[in-house]
Every structure is written in C-alpha cells, then in structure tokens.
Design a protein around this ligand. Structure first.
Ligand SMILES: *Cc1c(COP(=O)(O)O)cnc(C)c1O
Length: 348
C-alpha cells in the first residue's frame, strides 16, 4: 500500500473535547456525565472520541445501533456502552454476545429481552412526551417493567433547546417514573437539558453535540470550545479579471480584478451548497469569502486580500458551529454529521 495524502483534513482538538466534557459534567453536579457517540461520534470518529473521553474519566457511552457498538470493540477497561435503538429480532445475537446493553424502547422489546436476554441487565427508555422512541408512561407504570433488571431508566427531552413548558412537563413525568419504577440509575438530560439546570441531571447525563463544540443553549456561551477545524488545500490560485464569472451558473461576477483560490472541498464532503453567500475560510489570519456555487468536489474563495496564497496552501474553513449554523440554515448536528470520509481526521 502506498500512503496517499488527502487534500482535506479535520483537525480535532482532544483538549477542547475533554474541556467541554468537564464543563458539562460540572453542570450536572453529582450526576455522572456520559457521552453520545452515535453517527461515528457525530462525524469525528467514535473510537477516538471514546478513547479521549474514557482517559478523562467518562464511563457511560451511547450509540444508536448494534453495528455501531460492534465497531467500538474492544471497549476500554471499565466503560459501559448502551445501544439506544434497543433490540429488534435481528439484533439478539449481537446483543447477547457484545458487552453492551440495549435501551429497550417498547413493550415488544421488553418481552424479547425477558425471553432471550438471559437475565442480563438492560436500560429502558420511557417516552415522556416526544413520541419518538420509548414505552408510554402508562405502560411503564402499569407493570410492563416489573421484575426487569434495569441498569438505567432514560427519557429524552423534546424541546430542551427552547424555553418551552414541555421541559417542566417532562421533568414532572420523569420524577413520577423515578418514584414508581425501580432502576439503578435515572437519566434525562442531553446537552441542552444539562443547561436547564441541576434538576434535570438525575444520576447520569447524556450530552452529545456540546462535547463536539455545539452550542445547545445560551447558558453555554463562552464555555463550549470549538473541537472540529476543517482544512482544505488550494488546488489553484487564479486571477479573475473584473466582470468575469466564477463557477456553475456564473452566479458570482468579479467586482474587481480578483485572486481566486480553488480548493478540494465540495458538497460531496458535506460542505453543502447553502454555504454560498455566507461561507468563508481564512489563511494566516486573512478572511477569504466563498464565491459562487459550491461544486461536488470544489469550492472557490476570494483570496484578493490574502496576498501570497497559492497552490498547496491549507485554508482554514470557517466552522464555528453556532455561527455557521445561523448563516447556513443547517443545524449544528447536520454540520458535524455530514462531514464526509474524504477528510482525514487528525487529533491534536
Ligand atoms: C442523541 C441523543 C443524546 C445527545 O443529544 P445532544 O442533543 O446531542 O446532546 C442524548 N440522548 C439520546 C436518547 C439521544 O438520542
């Protein structure tokens, strides 16, 4: 095999990741602080995220599917892994063999685990108002969980990133569940839920987006650090005379004689067309606004104010999640999970 360098890379800050986890853990007071690793650690690489956070003391990890769980084996010593989508018929072999627990989401899944789970511990999700996954409250209170060895009883907040009455309603419902359903631990809050205050923390929190630099609510402003820094290499720097167009559809016309840097980055890498008009990059502290449309593998930036930039230089693509989300209309979650396989992931 020859080593082929990629013209695209994500610089990933393990220091920022760990600092974000520590801040989130501190907000939860005595509650343990876990980490959601689904979708390959929100695009950063689940295995590396798990390694960095386990070294910092994180003990509770969450993935969506058994395939994601299998990809994380062998687990670091002393950590616990839960699979949020529970167990379908086809998952039972993996669920019995792998050192991970299902989060049971329905009366059917509970029944399946009672019959074939060999008494191994499980987590349970109860729906307190989102109507996505989870047993209904009346099912959980009506005996569906009696006698089950529940490690962690979960519910999930639907509107934690808003100042919605639904947060208090879900909190009340979850407190009732905690009184009536026996489990070793209780867990309600995602990143935004942690920012709602210590009442929401219970025994264990499950942050995702804020670990990776997302701003879940204004309370986290100034506390959460950027973790993901995309960089793309310049393929060509070219001079575009006043009045000439750049890119598909000729949507950008040079207002002056311009220097244009064309980089190896496009919508196939998750850098979507909605960045046109607001996206940008920087080089040695100089700003390079995006010009024209984003192509599949190429994007052009106006380097007129960045004298000296040329072939082979690395541009820092603007990717502060709250800012870029506000400008592009993409959610902070989409901005991370869309980042494609052509980026090499480099941890610093
Ligand atoms: C994804 C997920 C989380 C993490 O949510 P963030 O908003 O990314 O913090 C927590 N709990 C459950 C059940 C999830 O599906």
């Amino acid at each position: 095999m020859i080593a082929v360098p990629s013209p695209l890379r994500l610089r990933l800050s393990s220091e920022a990741l760990v600092a974000n986890w520590r801040w989130l853990a501190a907000q939860g007071g005595a509650a343990a602080c876990g980490a959601a690793l689904k979708a390959d650690g929100y695009g950063l690489g689940a295995r590396a995220v798990m390694r960095h956070l386990a070294a910092a003391g994180c003990r509770d990890f969450f993935v969506a599917t058994w395939a994601e769980a299998a990809a994380l084996m062998p687990l670091p010593a002393g950590v616990s892994l839960s699979v949020l989508h529970g167990v379908g018929e086809d998952d039972m072999v993996a669920a019995r063999l792998l050192p991970a627990r299902p989060v049971l989401n329905s009366v059917e899944q509970v029944q399946r685990w009672r019959e074939a789970g060999e008494g191994q511990p499980c987590d349970v999700m109860v729906d307190t108002g989102m109507n996505r996954l989870g047993l209904r409250v009346e099912e959980a209170l009506g005996g569906a969980l009696d006698g089950l060895a529940i490690e962690t009883l979960h519910s999930h907040l639907a509107s934690a990133d808003d100042d919605s009455d639904q947060n208090a309603q879900q909190l009340v419902a979850f407190r009732t569940l905690r009184e009536k359903v026996s489990a070793r631990r209780y867990s309600l809050a995602n990143s935004a839920g942690i920012c709602l205050g210590p009442d929401f923390a219970f025994d264990l929190t499950r942050p995702g987006i804020a670990l990776y630099g997302g701003m879940p609510r204004s309370e986290a402003q100034g506390q959460i650090q950027q973790v993901v820094f995309p960089e793309a290499r310049v393929l060509q720097a070219r001079t575009v005379p006043t009045g000439e167009a750049v890119g598909y559809g000729a949507s950008w016309i040079a207002p002056r004689d311009s220097r244009i840097a064309v980089v190896n980055l496009g919508y196939a890498d998750g850098y979507l067309r909605c960045h046109a008009g607001s996206g940008g990059a920087s080089w040695r502290g100089r700003a390079l606004p995006l010009v024209g449309r984003v192509s599949m593998d190429l994007t052009a930036f106006d380097a007129s104010d960045a004298a000296g930039v040329g072939e082979g230089d690395w541009l820092h693509v603007d990717y502060d999640l709250p800012d870029v989300s506000a400008q592009s209309g993409l959610s902070q979650y989409e901005l991370l999970t869309g980042l494609g396989r052509r980026f090499e992931r480099h941890w610093m």
